[in-house]
Design a protein around this ligand. Structure first.
Ligand code: FES
Ligand SMILES: [Fe+2]
Length: 441
């Protein structure tokens, strides 16, 4: 913002670290976790096949015959809506000689048929046809059923877990569903998803959406409409959340005027108030007792009303307090009253590459017909908006730094507690240690 720049945090001497009390000593995480092919192989062997992960949304697989292929590294899972209405998922492998059965997503599937020799399974995974079957002698259909994968949904998000003995999703999600119950996530529909290739480790991407310490570093336009200092964070076992107020200026700023808040909100999130708020304009007059935050919330309600969505039940805080859930291992769910964004990062072909999928969801108007989301693979130069572009611009610089031989550890603050927690949970799967303090243990 013109005329403003970050200064030392000031709030009557009562600045609270975003994570609560600071840690006594920094937490140190080995840099090799982000660069080592051996560590990536351990993750692939011990972690990815054992965790619940967001694969798609219910809108992708709402009708019988809808299917969606989810890939994570080398893992491939096919999710189908069967004729009986049940959601099912299978490892995406033909039990004949191991070909991949399905690719991509679509509708109208009545069977799962391998294109090579045309073995076919029904949508429950039961083998139902083997061309020239006699040549195999006695085939046991049960032995050759597709390999089932656990599948379940939280709100509009479909999760899969290849570990059929893993605890069910509702248990895995710990306190997250009850913490977010106020938002009625079932009411959200996915409009579109974007897929981006990022030249960094998947954890660099996940970390980038697990703390707000960097807002003062790379999102200067945002600072006047976010309280990045007084953020509550809560850590469950696997997962964590921050609750952060928008529509209010950072305590780091000198200019915390209504005009500064208004301009900042328009530049970074103006579309939430509708297409009229693409560029900065004079701040509206406030009624008595009203704050600029109330005005922004009311504009959001008015915009959603034009879509047929009634947000009268959501107060200013419900619309302008972001609940940012970090689901282990790789998903960030951003919940506002009017909008939900989900970001998932997955390993690419090497530890230096990742795939980032963003899901954009809006509250569906009453009686809205089901619609499939648009899934868009983005070219490298595509813009995802001013804030995400700033995030991705920084994340792609990391990998070269992480490889420098003199950089042995990340040094993390209590403000980065959600990254610390993710690393600690990761080591329970992979079996490596997070070192604390000045000395490596
Ligand atoms: S590999 Fe699938 S039918 Fe032969
Ligand atoms: Fe960011």
């Amino acid at each position: 913002m013109d005329g403003t720049r970050p200064v030392a945090a000031e709030q009557g001497g009562a600045v609270r670290a975003a994570a609560g009390p600071p840690v006594a000593v920094p937490v140190r995480v080995p840099a090799s976790r982000y660069t080592s092919a051996a560590f990536a192989a351990l993750e692939a062997e011990r972690m990815w096949p054992r965790v619940w992960q967001v694969a798609c949304t219910l809108d992708h697989v709402r009708q019988p015959g809808d299917f969606y292929e989810y890939r994570c590294g080398r893992l491939s899972v096919i999710i189908v809506r069967a004729d009986d209405g049940a959601l099912r998922a299978f490892q995406n492998v033909c039990m004949h000689r191991g070909n991949t059965i399905c690719e991509g997503s679509g509708s109208g599937l009545s069977e799962l048929r391998c294109p090579y020799h045309r073995w076919a399974w029904d949508l429950t995974g039961a083998l139902r046809e083997v061309p020239s079957r006699k040549g195999f002698g006695v085939l046991d259909n049960d032995e050759l059923a597709l390999v089932a994968v656990q599948v379940d949904a939280w709100g509009p998000l479909v999760f899969v877990n290849l570990d059929t003995s893993a605890a069910p999703l509702h248990q895995y999600l710990e306190g997250v569903p009850s913490d977010s119950a106020w938002a009625h996530l079932d009411e959200f529909q996915c409009s579109f998803t974007t897929l981006s290739q990022v030249a960094s480790n998947w954890k660099v991407v996940a970390d980038g959406f697990s703390e707000t310490y960097h807002v003062q570093g790379i999102h200067p336009e945002m600072l006047a409409s976010i309280d990045d200092v007084n953020t509550e964070q809560h850590v469950w076992d696997h997962h964590s959340v921050s609750h952060q107020r928008y529509g209010i200026a950072s305590p780091r700023l000198r200019d915390r005027s209504d005009q500064a808040v208004w301009d900042s909100f328009i530049v970074t999130q103006g579309e939430r108030m509708g297409p009229a708020f693409k560029s900065v304009c004079p701040v509206p007059a406030l009624a008595e007792g009203e704050t600029i935050r109330d005005v922004i919330a009311e504009r959001i309600r008015q915009h959603q009303a034009t879509r047929g969505v009634d947000l009268a039940g959501y107060d200013t805080d419900g619309l302008l307090r972001l609940s940012q859930y970090n689901l282990f291992p790789n998903t960030t769910v951003l919940v506002w009253g009017d909008m939900v964004n989900v970001l998932t990062s997955r390993p690419g072909p090497s530890p230096d590459e990742a795939e980032l999928t963003m899901f954009l969801l809006y509250r569906a108007p009453d009686g809205a017909p089901p619609a499939k989301p648009f899934d868009v693979a983005l070219p490298a130069e595509a813009s995802l908006g001013v804030v995400i572009d700033q995030d991705l611009g920084m994340l792609k610089r990391f990998q070269r730094g992480l490889h420098q031989p003199g950089f042995t550890h990340l040094t993390l603050s209590g403000e980065e507690i959600r990254i610390i927690n993710m690393q600690r949970v990761l080591e329970t799967y992979v079996g490596a240690g997070v070192e604390s303090g000045a000395e490596t243990r």
